[in-house]
Write a protein that binds this ligand. Structure first.
Ligand code: SF4
Ligand code: SF4
Ligand SMILES: [Zn+2]
Length: 267
């Protein structure tokens, strides 16, 4: 009789359980299952990137840029925003203005906890090259994390206090509201942050919330870590949703190219 063994702890499993998943229900084995799935996902995405870039290169004349990059590129696996771009409705704009008004009041009254706060401390800015490379990675992803910005755009006491502190004296509510209102785009991504326009965040960086300025998703952190130790900036980046690659771009600090996907769906 066949013996069905857990792939992690090698203990015997009932056929019906093994057939559902070859990892038993113990916590370390479930963690091992998740790790194995992550690795499998990464391997498949890397295969799609490689096939797509190779197909594209074969269809093109070699460029000077190819010769400048004899080294192995870095792969970045990122999320992807595939929401529809729609007209930004007036009620969403007004919901943001009402939120900003409340936050402004809390700053005037020095009441940090009067409204929800997200994060107080602004992390040090990245150096220029890192910032360029990470910006290109986020451009590949098209701002999946901004989907969480809704009608608050993460504006909180600490963010607005930082913004108004650059003025010689406290600006009026009207000034602050006009400052932000003029950046609300005509079109934004459906059910995402009101400031997430077609070209990314419509706010200048010094007006963005502290959360927005600090935030790096896991994919971006992995990419940044790899970039730090790599001998090249040449990056093959994939925007993914679940197990599907939806966008591929190849970039370095000076150029960016969008590559057709050779095999859009992963099995
Ligand atoms: S931080 Fe991550 S999710 Fe947000 S835009 Fe950059 S790559 Fe996309
Ligand atoms: S303010 Fe800009 S960076 Fe922040 S969530 Fe909205 S679109 Fe994204
Ligand atoms: Zn097990």
């Amino acid at each position: 009789m066949l013996n069905y063994l857990c792939k992690h702890c090698h203990q015997s499993m009932a056929y019906i359980d093994y057939n559902r998943s070859p990892y038993c229900s113990q916590n370390p084995c479930q963690r091992a299952r998740v790790q194995a799935e992550i690795l499998e996902h990464k391997t498949k995405v890397n295969q799609v990137i490689q096939q797509s870039v190779e197909l594209f290169r074969h269809s093109q004349q070699p460029t000077e840029n190819d010769e400048n990059h004899p080294s192995t590129p870095i792969n970045a696996i990122l999320p992807y925003n595939d929401k529809a771009l729609v007209e930004l409705p007036e009620d969403r704009k007004e919901a943001f203005i009402a939120h900003l008004r409340r936050v402004y009041q809390s700053v005037c009254e020095q009441k940090p906890n009067a409204e929800a706060t997200y994060v107080a401390e602004l992390k040090p800015a990245d150096d220029e090259l890192t910032s360029t490379m990470l910006g290109k990675a986020c451009g590949t992803c098209k701002g999946a994390c901004c989907g969480l910005g809704e009608t608050h755009a993460f504006q909180d006491y600490w963010s607005l206090r930082r913004y108004v502190s650059a003025f010689e004296k406290m600006p009026t509510e009207k000034t602050v509201i006009n400052d932000y209102r003029k950046y609300l785009p005509s079109h934004s991504y459906q059910a995402a942050c009101v400031f997430q326009g077609e070209m990314g965040c419509a706010l200048p960086s010094d007006m963005r919330a502290t959360t927005c300025r600090n935030y790096k998703c896991d994919g971006l952190i992995n990419y940044e870590n790899t970039l730090r130790d790599a001998g090249t900036n040449l990056t093959h980046a994939a925007g993914t949703r679940g197990r599907t690659v939806l966008h591929i771009s190849v970039f370095d600090e000076t150029s960016t190219q969008i590559i057709p996907i050779a095999k859009p769906a992963l099995s």
